[in-house]
Ligand binder design. Structure first.
Ligand code: ATP
Length: 256
């Protein structure tokens, strides 16, 4: 289980453009942590920095586990799968667990595959070619692949985008159950604020002007803040300020 995820004074620039600026926050083990913000705010950049796919100019990410190396599951924002892709859903899921050199699955791996397909309700899709699945079915298969090694940390980049409301709920329920059953800590980028309000324990609101972490009700119901971030203006003082503190969550705040 994850013991600590801590982002400390993270700075990422691309071609001289500041994308993440002095970003610091902590995520508690087993929580569902939403990342929201307008397009281009740097949400995917943050997940990629946590994964080590992007190297920040400054700051660091610490991911510490209890007894063993932390396993991270990731569902990227976009994955183009050709309709003709000749790979079955179950083979696609098992790609998430191949760690040895043998071209077949061990008994333990088969058991894990079976369990996760049951858990994600993808068993009935097992033999279907991945390219023939609907958008919602594919998303569940992608999630199954990310979960098959029972990760300690799960990173989801807009995994519920383009899904109908029922399928969105199914996906988020799966993530919530994974948190409940084996204590996975999940960071999920989401533009659907209703989903965030329903499922997130804490929220990071990110924009190029600053950021804020807190409980969903405090962030989502702050009309002035939300208007400033998503529409760039507010009837009152709409400037975003980043005021880090040393206290527990939220680590950063805006002047009240
Ligand atoms: N590898 C890269 N090289 C140069 N610029 C990049 C790179 N990756 C991202 N960017 C830029 O960084 C900014 C933030 O991108 P990012 O994808 O993190 O935003 P986002 O908040 O996830 O947006 P969206 O909600 O639209 O997915 C964008 O302006 C993007 O063009």
């Amino acid at each position: 289980m994850l013991r600590q995820l801590q982002i400390h004074q993270l700075q990422v620039r691309f071609n001289g453009e500041q994308i993440l600026n002095d970003l610091s926050f902590k995520v508690a083990p087993g929580e569902l942590f939403a990342i929201i913000g307008p397009n281009g705010a740097g949400k995917s950049t943050l997940l990629k920095s946590i994964l080590g796919l992007i190297h920040p100019q400054q700051g660091d990410v610490s991911i510490l586990g209890d007894h063993r190396k932390v396993i991270v599951g990731y569902v990227p924002q976009s994955r183009v799968i050709d309709d003709e892709t000749p790979i079955s859903a179950s083979d696609f899921v098992s790609l998430g667990q191949i760690s040895g050199f043998l071209p077949w699955l061990s008994r333990k791996e088969k058991k894990a595959l079976n369990e996760i397909m049951q858990f994600t309700d993808t068993k009935r899709l097992a033999n279907k070619p991945i390219g023939t699945l609907s958008g919602g079915e594919r998303q569940r298969v992608f999630l199954a692949q990310a979960l098959v090694r029972k990760p300690d940390l799960l990173l989801l980049d807009e995994s519920t985008a383009n899904l109908d409301p029922e399928a969105q709920i199914q996906m988020m329920e799966l993530v919530k159950n994974a948190a409940k059953e084996w204590g996975v800590t999940a960071l999920f980028i989401c533009h659907d604020l209703q989903m965030v309000g329903t499922y997130a324990d804490h929220v990071l609101l990110l924009s190029r002007q600053g950021y804020k972490t807190g409980h969903p009700e405090d962030i989502l119901h702050d009309r002035k803040l939300m208007t400033t971030v998503f529409h760039g203006s507010s009837s009152e003082n709409g400037t975003m300020h980043h005021v880090p503190t040393e206290s527990e969550l939220p680590l950063a705040g805006f002047p009240q």
